[in-house]
Ligand binder design. Structure first.
Ligand SMILES: Cc1ncc(COP(=O)(O)O)c(C=O)c1O
Length: 470
């Protein structure tokens, strides 16, 4: 059987799936030492971190480390990192060109947008909820069932969204979707049927959302954004507008109270519908979360939440809270699009919410992300004190403004040379001619054990970039 490349950002290991887990891990570490990828004195990740990244039990990793220590490959001391021993049978480090066979990929660090810390996914709690769902669901739950999604989840979400986001939610008008991308496709298709021809999307914003709206038959009109959020005075003529009021994506502004009221007034005037993309609304660090716009006008605003940032994007679980008039058209569009997340996963999420495990996870993650954000801010202040930073009050990412596009390209290149993947700000613009240069740094992406290393890499890449001519 070919080996599986198992990625921990500190260590890329080829695990042989034909072996047992412990033996496979031992073999992979031995190979890495023998071929010189791991050299004398190199630290290994903690057993906890490696176990989490590779999806193994911590005991399995500890046993593999103990076995390799007994064989003389590793040395470990209580309270210190386990390291590669001297004379561990390690080949001297060889430059890549001298290696025989394909060169193993270099480990990569990433602060690219779009992911939470998936290493923190609450596996045990999810497994408990999924087991509960599978063992207690009636046979009926295994049929296609209610097109809105499973009733226990719609009721649990209604309570959660009302409590935590101040939205007005009737569980009868909650529709469970396969991610916000699916939710947006549903809203576009249903409003198009009712005669909509254009949609306003924030600029900058998510490119995929522009293409989803375009494929949905709507003309995409850019909605400019400044430090107070979407610029309502420049709202294009469209029957539908999507906004990110809690934390504009990607610039990070919070829609100001004056703008919220102006936006609602403008939408009423034009009989337009607003979609509130609340993709990271649960994460706010400076004060209590800013309530949902939907709470001010539930007849005019479609609220959209997702588990992609709170749990994992792979779940493909999101939810819409619809104004009464849009429910039937949205269900018709959902039926036409033909997708829906697994009912068993929906029931598992309902159980996670019911047991309070979802909120506990959010509390833990808020603390973790705040700590990460603060560490990144300290590094940015040290490396590039003159570069303006935006969007730090909430969410999982911040932006660093750069003087021009050459600086952006140069920094992205320098980051790549350090095996660090970053996002530039330019591609998020609808019209590249309007684009402002910068970096979008998603501090949630790296696994916990590699975070300090990732921040150190960002600091090294940015050092000097704020000084003229650097
Ligand atoms: C602006 C924005 N909205 C929504 C989402 C969530 O998308 P989905 O639920 O399809 O994963 C993301 C994810 O990265 C996002 O950046």
């Amino acid at each position: 059987m070919p080996p599986d490349w198992a990625s921990s950002d500190e260590l890329l290991l080829s695990l042989d799936p034909g072996q047992g887990r412990r033996a496979g891990l031992e073999g992979a570490i031995r190979d890495a030492i023998r071929d010189g990828r791991l050299g004398e004195g190199d630290p290994l990740p903690s057993t906890r971190a490696l176990a989490r990244d590779l999806g193994l039990a911590r005991g399995t990793v500890a046993e593999a480390y103990a076995q390799l220590a007994a064989e003389g490959y590793l040395r470990s001391r209580p309270g210190a990192a386990t390291r590669i021993a001297s004379a561990a049978g390690a080949a001297p480090r060889r430059p890549t060109a001298e290696r025989t066979g394909p060169a193993p990929e270099r480990p990569r660090l990433s602060l690219r947008v779009g992911e939470p810390d998936v290493g923190a996914f609450p596996r045990r709690e999810w497994a408990r909820s999924l087991r509960h769902a599978v063992t207690t669901a009636a046979d009926d739950a295994l049929r296609l069932g209610d097109p809105r999604g499973s009733a226990p989840l719609r009721h649990a979400l209604a309570g959660h969204v009302a409590r935590t986001r101040g939205a007005l939610v009737d569980p009868e008008r909650v529709v469970v979707c396969a991610g916000f991308a699916h939710a947006l496709a549903i809203v576009c298709a249903s409003t198009r049927r009712a005669g909509a021809t254009a949609i306003a999307l924030e600029d900058p914003g998510v490119r995929q959302h522009r293409s989803i709206a375009g494929h949905g038959g709507l003309r995409v009109a850019p909605l400019p954004v400044d430090d107070a959020g979407a610029v309502v005075g420049e709202l294009p003529d469209a029957q539908l507008a999507v906004v990110t009021p809690a934390h504009q994506f990607p610039l990070g502004a919070t829609l100001s109270p004056a703008r919220r009221h102006a936006l609602l007034a403008r939408a009423r005037e034009r009989d337009a519908l607003l979609v509130e993309d609340d993709y990271d609304g649960e994460f706010r660090y400076d004060r209590h979360p800013v309530g949902a716009l939907q709470g001010l006008a539930p007849d005019r605003v479609v609220y959209a939440g997702t588990a992609s940032k709170t749990l994992a994007p792979a779940l493909r679980l999101a939810w819409l809270v619809l104004p009464p008039a849009l429910l039937e058209p949205a269900l018709a569009a959902k039926a036409d699009l033909g997708a829906s997340p697994s009912t068993l996963d929906q029931l598992a999420l309902a159980d996670l919410l019911r047991r309070g495990a979802y909120e506990r996870h959010l509390r833990r993650m808020r603390q973790r992300y705040k700590r990460r954000r603060d560490l990144l801010l300290r590094a940015l202040a040290a490396a590039a004190p003159d570069l303006p930073i935006r969007g730090i009050a909430a969410g999982l990412h911040l932006t660093v403004e750069l003087p021009d596009h050459d600086a952006e390209l140069d920094l992205l290149q320098r980051a790549r040379e350090r095996s660090l993947e970053l996002d530039g700000l330019t591609p998020f613009w609808h019209d590249p001619r309007r684009a402002r240069a910068g970096l979008v740094l998603n501090y949630a992406t790296p696994p916990e054990h590699a975070y300090a290393q990732a921040v150190a890499a960002v600091e090294a890449v940015l050092s000097g970039s704020s000084r003229p001519g650097a």
